[in-house]
Design a protein. Sequence first.
Length: 274
Amino acid sequence: MPEAVAHSVDPDDADVERLLAGLDGSADHAERERWRQNVITTCLPIADHIAYRFVGRGQSADDLIQVARVGLIKSVDRYEPEKGRFFAFAVPTIVGEVRRYFRDSTWAMRVPRKMQEDHLRTRNAFERLAQRLGRTPTTAELAEEAGLERAEITLSRATTWAYRPLSLDAPLPTAEGNGEQTLAALHPADDEPFAGVEDLMMLREAIGDLDARQRTILGMRFFDCLTQREIARRLDISQVHVSRLLNGALDRLRTRMCGDLAAAVCLFAPIITL
């Protein structure tokens, strides 16, 4: 018979492995279920601890705990003892479950999955670097830490507005401190300034489909405002090669886009020859 297990604050690895051995060695369905429940109960503090690491990012602690516990249950059900220690398998599984929850369920606007993943990597890299350096990290430092291109860092940071957009009716701080001013009051109803938002999202998705070198050169040219000569010197390639890569990237963007945005992209042509 499986033993009753107290809800440990810090479950011992050896105790969990012993419970898992009992689960693995049980043939009776009811007995296996009791062993399984004991393993889950014992490991709940691990799941809860992981959940609390994500608190403060727009979701309630209760929701995160539930998601992390689902990840724990999946870990118990999918664990194969011959492939290694349980915690080495369970912790990444639980973390992955929570991250999928953020990626799939918490974006206020539809954003391509690649951009969601880059946003999470950028934010995690920012937190690590800010703590390590004691200051705000640069784009280059973020790119190195996150393993992304600089242009990808810039785009991922620009998606923050899609993750948690401001309400137009939310009160804004005022000099008088009465909080009666709203964003909508500052910006009268006028659709024209927002007419290009959908096109901008399409352009970002199209840029994400370019290869890494093309994205890097686009970032250097249009975000860092470097000339072709400066880009060539930094990448140790010829200016002719830079021009060819840049024009190729813009041609691909033109192919993906249509209407007014295609015309807007065409306006880049005079700029890139500087």
